[in-house]
Design a protein around this ligand. Structure first.
Ligand code: SF4
Length: 353
């Protein structure tokens, strides 16, 4: 790999060696005026992740610009670690992973295979097509629920799955996202916290603003007060017009259907999504609610929601040890509210269950 590749894929081992070869110390990176552009770009990576969902392009024509780009990656990781917020870690990991996937589209299959190796997804090329073992394919596609990712809909030969570079890059997106989520937050010293404090304050403020976007509003006659935190967050994501993982769409649609929301109301909720396609969304809703599939799907259990990464901020009831399903949460809350004596401001009659 050359220095341009290090700038475009700063998580590879070669990029760290490239930094070492320039003799940049942590102290210099954090305090020297010479590395102020790298610190600024590191902060920008995080702002991009929160605002855009991907890392924006930066000039990388010259060697100095490439070094700045490579250095901005460890700076960003340090800043995310200093803030130490799970929401930020997930947003940042996703943005870096999406960016890598998009950039891989412009690379050769050989290069993509070398990146895959770094991410722990062994692959090779046979007749110009990328192939990986089915067990690795399953490991990184288990969260993807659309039909195209089912093993039965994929070409398999002697235990190997054959994928276009677009599809394989999507698998690698998942691998990088999980890797970054596993690695962060790193341990940071008081010294680092002190030096980066003004930037940390700016990032914390943006994180809070972004979280506000995810605060769910009531859905017409359905009040979200009884919703479990996971569903409240998913409603908030939909209402804020943010992209939602397929697993989240499935879980939310099945949940809303189970508590009695109409198909039109569910469709309306997803209409702010940036990739909203009315006919496709209606088809998915009709499928999940059993109208065209003959199967009325229920939302996943809590353990599955956790494995999908969409069990957001479980509260005391979630952690009581009894909680196995988001619908159980809703039912328990509904019963609690029904038992609340009249005159306390609570609903006398549950109109929504
Ligand atoms: S524990 Fe279950 S109900 Fe609570 S937030 Fe997680 S998935 Fe939702």
């Amino acid at each position: 790999m050359d220095t341009l590749h290090f700038a475009r894929f700063p998580f590879v081992k070669g990029a760290a060696e490239y930094v070492r070869s320039h003799g940049v110390s942590l102290q210099e990176l954090l305090t020297s005026e010479a590395y102020a552009p790298a610190r600024l770009r590191g902060k920008q990576r995080i702002f991009d992740a929160l605002n855009e969902g991907e890392i924006t392009k930066c000039p990388t024509a010259g060697e100095q610009e490439r070094l700045v780009e490579v250095l901005s990656y460890p700076v960003a990781r340090m800043l995310v670690s200093c803030v130490g917020d799970g929401f930020l870690v997930r947003r940042y990991a996703l943005a870096e992973a999406v960016t890598m996937k998009d950039r891989l589209q412009q690379e050769s299959p050989e290069f993509i295979v070398s990146v895959a190796d770094e991410l722990g997804v062994p692959a090779s090329i046979a007749d110009g097509i990328i192939r990986t073992h089915f067990s690795d394919f399953l490991k990184f596609t288990s969260r993807m629920r659309s039909k195209e990712w089912k093993l039965v809909n994929t070409e398999v030969n002697e235990g190997f799955v054959f994928l276009t570079k677009q599809r394989f890059s999507r698998v690698l997106q998942q691998a990088l996202q999980e890797k970054i989520e596993d690695e962060l937050p790193l341990a940071v010293s008081e010294d680092i916290l002190r030096v980066l404090r003004p930037t940390i304050t700016d990032i914390k403020s943006l994180v809070e603003t972004r979280k506000q976007h995810y605060k769910a509003q009531d859905l017409g006659k359905i009040t979200i007060v009884k919703f479990p935190p996971c569903m409240r967050r998913l409603v908030g994501i939909a209402q804020a017009g943010e992209n939602m993982p397929h697993t989240g769409r499935f879980a939310l649609t099945a949940f809303l259907h189970a508590i009695g929301l109409s198909q039109d109301d569910i469709l309306n909720l997803f209409s702010s999504s940036p990739d909203f396609d009315p006919s496709k969304t209606r088809y998915q809703i009709e499928h999940i609610t059993g109208e065209i599939s003959g199967t009325e799907y229920t939302p996943p259990e809590c353990s599955t929601m956790r494995s999908y990464g969409i069990c957001f901020e479980p509260d005391a009831l979630c952690n009581s040890g009894k909680m196995k399903h988001p619908l159980s949460y809703y039912r328990i809350k509904s019963m609690t509210r029904r038992r609340t004596p009249a005159g306390t401001g609570a609903a006398k009659k549950d109109q929504n269950a």
